[in-house]
Design a protein around this ligand. Sequence first.
Ligand code: XMP
Length: 599
Amino acid sequence: MQNGIAVLDFGGQYAHLIANRVRRLRVYSEVFRPDVDATAVNGYSGLILSGGPASVYDPDQPAFNRAHLKTGLPVLGLCYGHQLVCRELGGEVARGDIREYGSAELRIQSTTGLFAGMESSQVVWMSHGDVVGRLPEGFEVLGATEDCATAAVGDARRNVYGLQFHPEVAHTARGMDILDNFLNICKAPRTWTMANYVETATKEIQERVGRKRVFLLVSGGVDSSVAFALFNRAIGPERVLGLHINNGFMRKGESAEVSDALTSEGFENLIVEDATQAFLLSTEGVVEPEEKRLAVGRAFLEVKDRVLARMELDSDGWLLGQGTLYPDTIESGGTEHAAVIKTHHNRVDAVEELIARGLVIEPLAHLYKDEVRELGIALGLPPHLIWRQPFPGPGLSVRCLCSRGDGADTPQAEAEEAARDIAVRAGLGLRLLPLKSVGVQGDFRTYAHPAVVWGEANWEVLEDVSTRVTNAVSAINRVVYLLAPSALPELKLKRAFLTQSRLDLLRAVDALAMAALEREGLSKTVSQMPTVLLPLTSDGVAETVVLRPVETPDFMTARFSALPFDFVRKLAREILDVGGVEAVFYDVTHKPPGTVEWE
Ligand code: XMP
C-alpha cells in the first residue's frame, strides 16, 4: 500500500487510533515500529510519530531510527513524538513544573497551516509531564496553553510539526481538522475508500496465498463473516473453505442462524461442525480466565485439524485465515510495548506458532470494528450480518465464571471498609464480592474483586461512586448495582465449573436479555451487552446474573450504558422468573477500569 501516512508507534495508548483517524480522512495509513527501516515507508506522503509512556531521556525508551527525520517527508510528532522530534533536531526537553492531564485551552498564533480554518482558541486534550523547553533552529511556537508554552510548534519550511496535545482523541474538539490540515500539507492523496481497500486487499490476498487455499474459522460475527466474503472474492470459493464450529458456548440457536444467514447469501463453501463435547472436555475443571481462554483457543485448532484430517485435506496446502482486528492484537499484548490484558482466542500460543511459520493470513488485522463494518457494506453483505453485536470467540465460556469454592478469593476487610465509606456518603450500601474479574488499569491487566452497591440511586450517582471506589481502592476494579431482589441475599461462593446445565441457564438468560433489548429498540444504542453468570448463591443452588451493557466506538475504551431504569428493573424481574437465578446486578464500570467481558 503506497502514498499514505506512516504512523510510528511509541506505545502510547492512542497510537493505534491515529491510523484509524487518518483513514477516516480518506488517506491510507499503517502503523510501524519506530525502528523500522526507512525503506519501509518509501512512497508514503508523511509521517506521524505517536505518543508513548516513556520520557525522551529514559534509558529504555523505544528504539527510534533517526533516518526517518532525514527523508524530507512532512513529519507530525504528537506528545512523546513531539518531544522526540524537537530533541532530535537540536531542541531541549525538560520535566514540566506542572503536569497537564485532560482538557486545556490552546491559544493559536496563526490560523493557517496546521490550524487553517480554526478559531484562535481551541479545546485540546493533554496528558504529559515533560515539555519542550528550547525549540530547534527554524522552529516557531504555533500555539500555547496556560501551562505549556510549546503546545504547538513547527518549521513550515521543512514541514516538521509537533503537538504536545492529542488531536487523535475525540475530546480534542477540532482534532480531526488539525489532522486534515496535516494531510493537506503532506499532499496525501485522498484515495482511501473501502471500495479501493477491497481492491488492494484482494491483490494482497492473491499474492500472499499464491497457489495455496484458505481454511477460515467462521464464528458468524461481523469480523469472520467479512473476512470470509473477502477471501471468497479474492481467490474464489473453490479455494476457500469456511468452518463454523459450534463450541457449545454459542448463544441460543446461534449456530443454525449463522449457517442459514451465510448460505442464504450464496456461500456454499461453509461446513458446520458440532464440537460441544470436545470443548466441554478441554475446559473441564478450569477456573482461571487465561487458562480458560487458552484451552478454548487450542480446542479450536484441534477441531480444525480433526476436520481437515477427516476430509483428507493436505494441511500443507492450506493457510489458516482469521478475521483478527487490531484491538485483538493489542489487548493480547501483541504490539511491542503493550501488556497482555487478555489473550484472544485467535492469539493463543498454538496460533502464534502458526503465525511464526507463515501459515496464517489475517486481512483485517489493521482495521477497527467501524471499518470492518464499512468493508462489509462495500462487499455487499446484508445489514443483519454487519450490525450484529460482537460476540467473543470463546463465547459464553468467558461469561460463565467458575470456582473451586474453596474460599481462596475472600476479599480484604480493609478494602471493603474503605469502599463502603465512599458508598455510604452517597446513601448506598456496599459489599465486596468473593470472586474476581479482569480489568484494565493504567494500560495493565488487573484481576480484582467487584463491589456490589444497593439503595436508591440514579446513573450519575452510580457512575460517581463506581469511579471513586475503583480509583481509591486498588483491590476493587469493578462496581455493580443490585437490581433485584430488593435486598441483597447473603451470597457465598459455590463450587462451579463450565457445565452443560450452567451454560444452558446462561443461554436462557442471555436470550431473554437480547430479546428485551431488541423489543425496546435499544440494540443499536448498546454496542454490546454481555450477560454474566456468577457462582454466588445463598442456598447453594441458584446463581447470580450480571447485565453488562456498554457503549463504545472501538471497544478499546467503553462507557457503561445508562439504560432506562424501568426497563432494566423489569428485565431483572423476568430473569428471576427464569428460575435458577436469585440476584441480578448491573455493571456500572467504564473501561478502564473494567474490561467489557468479566474474564
Ligand atoms: P474486553 O473484555 O477486552 O472486550 O473489554 C473487548 C471486545 O473484545 C471482545 N473479545 C473477544 N473477541 N475473541 C474475540 O473474538 C476473544 O477472545 C475476545 N475476548 C474479548 C469482547 O466481546 C468485546 O467486544
